[in-house]
Design a protein. Structure first.
Length: 66
């Protein structure tokens, strides 16, 4: 009986460790996805701002070279 209890406890520890590992991997994946979405949003915002800027050298451009 003692051996059975030890074996059950060992199995429970292994299962809990595997679950913790899967949870950590899932959280890391979710964090990477959030970071990718944030970078995509920033890139889209930058492209949008570039589209709205007047061309370099045009009236109203802060980038004119005089």
């Amino acid at each position: 009986m003692v051996l059975r209890a030890d074996g059950d406890r060992d199995e429970r520890v292994r299962v809990e460790a595997a679950e913790a590992k899967r949870r950590a991997e899932r959280e890391a994946l979710e964090e990477r996805r959030r970071e990718e979405r944030r970078e995509e949003r920033e890139a889209m915002e930058e492209r949008h701002l570039e589209e709205r800027r007047p061309p370099c050298g045009s009236p109203g451009s802060s980038r004119s070279h005089v």
